[in-house]
Design a protein around this ligand. Sequence first.
Ligand code: NDP
Length: 604
Amino acid sequence: MTAVPGAVDREALRARYRIERDKRIRPDGNDQYREPTGRFAHFLDDPYVERQERSPVRKEVTVAVIGGGFAGLATGAHLRQAGIDDLVLIEGGGDVGGAWYWNRYPGAMCDTAAMVYLPLLEETGHVPTMKYTFAPEIFAHAQRIAQHFDLYRGALLSTQVEKVTWDDGTARWIVVTNRGDEIRARFVTMGTGPLHRPKLPGIPGIETFAGECFHTSRWGYGITGGDPSGAPMVRLAGKRVGIIGTGATAVQCIPHLARDSGELFVFQRTPSSIDVRGNHAIDPTWFATLPPGWQREWLRNFCTLQTGGFADEDLVMDGWTDISQRIRDRVVALVDEGAPLGQETMRLAYEDSDDEKMCEIRARVRSVVEDPATAAALEPWYRQLCKRPCFHDEYLQAYNRPTCHLVDTDGRGVDLIDETGVWVAGTHYELDCLIFASGFEVGTDYARRAGFETVGRAGETLSEHWAEGMRSLHGIHVHGFPNAFIVGFAQGGNLVSNVTHNLVEAATTIAAVIGHAQAIGAVEVEATAEAEAAWIDLLQSSERGFLGNPDCTPGYYNNEGRVLGPKERLGMTGHPGGPLAYFDHIDRWRSGGTFDGVSFGRRD
Ligand code: NDP
């Protein structure tokens, strides 16, 4: 076991964490961000395909699968495996892939190991090239799933759903789109994505900037040159480029911008924690030796270790499992020393392990970044899981280039933007190009993020049903919305370190429920009000499932540092026993054949 950082003055560390957090707390919380409207409305356009006019489609299907990201793809794949031939996939982007269709910025990659992140590897036969794969390979894998499971057949791409309405008379969902389509579906699945609506910082004067600008989720290769594979962005040569934001996206694209820009100015409000990446190629010969069922085993292993459980070996071995393993080892050591196995010991173990980890992360910054003032500004002063942890082996190094300038705003953010550039603390930074790496909407209403309203039985909308917060059974079924299924992770496993694991579980469950309904000739499948209420009671019975800690530096993990109200808590919660407990529960539930809490109705 690694020793507890004896030299750490815990009180001083906590005090520093509080000072840094307080600098960043803003009264406007989530309202500090603005939507890309007005002159920024085109930030939501699809730059990758030409819009093709087509005739409206009117048809009847068994399942309408809304969303062509990994949620929809996994659902479609499992439905196909359950023998459902008659489905239509509807997607706003010009192709499948979801986040990996939209995010094509240079250096984009997944922070979760490909062996567990890429769904359906065994089924599609794909061998990931690297431990952590880059975005083009992930996008290609999404296309592979669509091809393998024949999901392109009849798919409506570049098509935004506008409304989904339950027609009680015919027991059908009517899905209306911006192309004038009207799809009547017995079942509808909604995998609309958690983080996909770009948001902009509400910096005064933002709309006055006269140079080139774009949001990272629609990278302007026409402005920069280069391509998603990381080819040189030749149009940035000699240009003064600014980037606002230093989250997971910025960390990945900044090394490329630093390489290709004449001068790069990185406007930082809070530094990310940058742990070691350690990427390497995957040996196909080794891969071929994996036994059937290996991916399920790897998924469980990663989930177990990442959430503090015990396993004989660490199959993935990365920064996500490392912190949990440290906590686990520390608990064992404390118990060996006579501490009782309980909440207080767990808390101590967590704090010790986190202090140790963050000391290492700060030391890494100092050892990599040559300029001491820049290094100091890049040191993160908060617990690792307060913000999305980042892993990179070229990000910190980028600041050693003489043309890469960190403009640290000491927690305040950019003060002002004008026609020619950005102001911070009285200094004006003249820019030719400004890139917003300012993230995506989190915690706004489901219908707003999905882009459509769902109208259930008796005309009740999902927004009305969730006016006081999300309510569901298992994060999937909603009372009053028969034959509709959510494909997500909230109120389910809520495993944020490997989102696709949640999606595959949801897809498997949905396919089992629809398959059962078909087998017994049920017309309506609906969570009972009692089952939904009991599930919400279970979720609220413990603090464990909630993300968010008010002591943390603000960010989207904790409602921007504001106290979580009941509504926010419901949207950020998972099973109180943790992700693995949920996955075990849902596996038993769908395999048991009785589907307790869901009624299967016939109409004779
Ligand atoms: P984030 O929301 O994580 O980051 C937004 C950045 O903008 C933050 O650094 C924020 O600062 C900064 N910012 C906001 N307003 C201002 C302002 N007024 N002045 C200066 N800076 C400002 O967005 P990302 O796109 O980086 O990441 C979103 C999520 O997408 C990630 O957390 C992750 O879940 C996912 N992602 C996953 C990847 C993967 O590997 N799988 C890769 C990339 C993204 P502050 O921190 O102070 O709020």
